[in-house]
Design a binder for this molecule. Structure first.
Ligand code: GLU
Length: 474
């Protein structure tokens, strides 16, 4: 998607952000060093036999960044350019992300160095099962140890193979299904996980836009209504955030994928664009839109909100000065380099940082894991009970007022919460509470300079507290 797809320096970037924020904390240096360090790095290779009989060696990783809470948690990425630095950076981000949204895990990340588009489904299944097997051998996976999830290049299908392989190796394991999240609902997944990262991003930007003072400082009116949005990446995250922004009253004026971008100032319907891309194999040529052949140019479109939702290091010292958005919402992990960040700070652009903004995925992964451990679907025990209570309330209301409610009114009032309602409401609560926490941290200490530093400091304080509770540090 970007010209810079490697993780060169990415762990360094995360640590620079960490150090910048840590200057405003008074934790002992040793504790800060422990929080920053990657605790375990498992680097391995395994052979893969191609259909023509040749053998290929596949490189893979699982990094557990922090064990201050267990299990560790984080996605598995399939990408040809992935390297160890990148996996370490992404694992570290998971630690800070989980702390911000109060999800009780340490951070982790995995990767397989392949371009999944070059392999058949059957080959991908073999690779995924072998990868899982390697994790099992070294105790790098398990519901109480380390719980992977989807990331760039993987999805529900891969998670289903992982849980199946794990269960085959742990027959009879009562909680084994909680060894991975992001599974299909039929395989122990939870409703709402697929949309969760995009929906979380939408809640994040909606909450940020609700503060009239903050919007005024950016020269914008409050609220999402009518705001012009550009999204880079139409994968699971990009597509869903575009869809929720569109449904929430914003105007999606630009969409970008690796083959190019399209723009229409009157607004684009993300569902129609995705259908067009499916039918033609490209975003380009969408009826009524202008083609932008060089995808990265979309990042510089005139808009209010820019959402990079593909890969890291796409906003750099090279293009930051040309970005016209007033708000950047980081759907991807690490899309902004520190150099770009400094430019955005100077230019008064609001960056809603990855470690908060895209935490909706892991938040709902947490709900899925809770569902797996409790062995019951959310809502199963109380949905009908709630409906019965609400129906009695409606009856009482009707007899007191002597008026009859319409069927439509009754349907709104008598509605027991389903699994999806509960998951989405838990996600909304989490994203709102966490936004207030980081915004308040910035208000209390304006010298932090931006929401990213405030988010890092919030995370550092929470992890330091956890270490103190463990008795590791006084
Ligand atoms: N890969 C996602 C992330 O970077 C989700 C991780 C998870 O659900 O564990 O946040």
């Amino acid at each position: 998607m970007s010209s810079s797809q490697t993780g060169d320096g990415m762990f360094d970037f995360v640590n620079q952000y960490f150090d910048h924020a840590a200057r405003w904390s008074d934790h002992p240096q040793g504790l800060l060093e422990q929080i920053k360090a990657c605790n375990s790095v498992y680097r391995f290779s395994f052979p893969f036999r191609n259909d023509d009989g040749t053998i290929e060696v596949i490189r893979a990783w699982r990094v557990e960044h922090s064990h201050h809470k267990l299990p560790t948690k984080g996605g598995i990425r399939y990408a040809s350019h992935v390297d160890e630095e990148e996996v370490k950076a992404l694992a570290a981000l998971m630690t800070y992300k989980c702390a911000i949204v109060d999800v009780p895990y340490g951070g982790a990340k995995g990767a397989v160095q392949i371009d999944p588009k070059q392999y058949s489904v059957e080959q991908l299944e073999r690779i995924t099962r072998r990868y899982t097997h390697e994790l099992v051998k070294k105790n790098f996976i398990g519901p109480g140890i380390d719980v992977p999830a989807p990331d760039y290049g993987t999805g529900e299908r891969e998670m289903a193979w992982i849980v199946d392989t794990y269960m085959a190796l742990h027959p009879g394991s009562l909680d084994g299904v909680g060894c991975v999240t992001g599974k299909p609902v039929t395989q122990g997944g939870v409703r709402g996980r697929r949309e969760a990262t995009g929906r979380g991003l939408y809640f994040a930007v909606r909450e940020a836009a609700s503060f009239a003072d903050d919007m005024k400082a950016l020269g914008l009116p409050p609220g999402l209504e009518g705001k012009r949005v550009v999204v880079q990446g139409l994968g699971n995250v990009g597509y869903h955030v575009a869809k929720f922004c569109h449904e929430g009253g914003a105007r999606v004026i630009g969409l970008a994928e690796y083959e190019g971008a399209i723009m229409n100032t009157a607004g684009l319907d993300p569902d129609a664009v995705v259908a067009h891309r499916k039918a033609t194999g490209s975003l380009l040529g969408f009826p009524g839109a202008t083609d932008i052949p060089h995808s990265a140019d979309a990042l510089e479109l005139d808009c209010d909100i820019l959402i990079p939702a593909a890969l890291e290091n796409v906003l750099t010292g090279g293009n930051a000065a040309r970005v016209k958005a007033r708000i950047i919402v980081e759907g991807a992990n690490g899309p902004t380099t520190p150099e770009a960040e400094a430019v955005f700070r100077d230019r008064g652009i609001m960056v809603i940082p990855d470690l908060y903004a895209n935490a909706g995925g892991v938040t709902v992964s947490y709900f899925e894991w809770l569902k797996n451990l409790s062995h019951v679907r959310f809502g199963r025990m109380n949905k009908r009970l709630e409906e019965r209570d609400e129906a009695s309330f409606v009856q009482a209301l009707e007899s007191l007022t002597g008026k009859k409610l319409s069927d439509e009114q009754k349907r709104t009032l008598v509605h027991g919460a389903s699994e999806e309602d509960i998951v989405n409401s838990g996600l909304e609560e989490t994203m709102i509470v966490a936004y207030h926490a980081i915004r308040d941290a910035l208000k209390r200490n304006p010298k932090l300079g931006d929401l990213r530093a405030a988010a890092f400091l919030t995370a550092i304080d929470k992890i330091a507290m956890a270490y103190k509770e463990l008795g590791v540090f006084p």
